[in-house]
Design a protein around this ligand. Sequence first.
Ligand SMILES: Nc1ncnc2c1ncn2[C@@H]1O[C@H](COP(=O)(O)OP(=O)(O)O)[C@@H](O)[C@H]1O
Ligand SMILES: [Mg+2]
Length: 187
Amino acid sequence: MFCKCYQHPTDVEKCIKVPTDNKKAKKRLRADLRYYRKLYKDKVNLDHIADYYGQCETSQGAGYVFQCVKDHDGNVSRTLEHYLNSQDVDLEQLYSLLHDLATYLVENRIMIGDIHYNNILIRRDSEGGMTPVIVDGIGDRVAITILNAIPKFTISKIIRRWNRFSLKQLDSNALLDENNCPSKKAD
Ligand SMILES: Nc1ncnc2c1ncn2[C@@H]1O[C@H](COP(=O)(O)OP(=O)(O)O)[C@@H](O)[C@H]1O
Ligand SMILES: [Mg+2]
């Protein structure tokens, strides 16, 4: 566990993350925040990423304020892991939405360093619709990121990482086809 996620005391639409004592916790959060700054600066479409609002002081030290991802009924959205293990949803529909999420990451060239089923929440609307939202692990957790300036390199990396995640935690239906992926923005 790298951070604790608390409900904001005065704003139900927000939550506050506080890094734990784990040695890597602060570094990981800082890397995420650096990447958020880049995404905001480049005006990237953040439809599937929880918003970040800034730093605050808490009784446990520095905290980081994020949009709290919620369902239509006001409950905090559950993780992808929860839905993969429940009989609650149509899994084929879920895999298809996750495939769309992967395509969105490629189209917008959004790197995810830690793709994991607990870092993706499924927001449910009142008609039963589901929207995957990433809440943790964005960016590239490698020391040398200079090659990420090359679009084709970035896209291959996003696809490789997604497919590794997909094979481990999902299903082959959510795999991306490297030879048939949107690369409009790479040209
Ligand atoms: N923005 C958010 N909205 C709602 N719940 C969240 C949000 N961010 C995190 N959570 C919940 O807290 C859990 C842990 O948060 P996360 O940022 O993934 O911490 P860790 O670094 O420990 O993996 C997530 O799996 C999710 O259930
Ligand atoms: Mg996490």
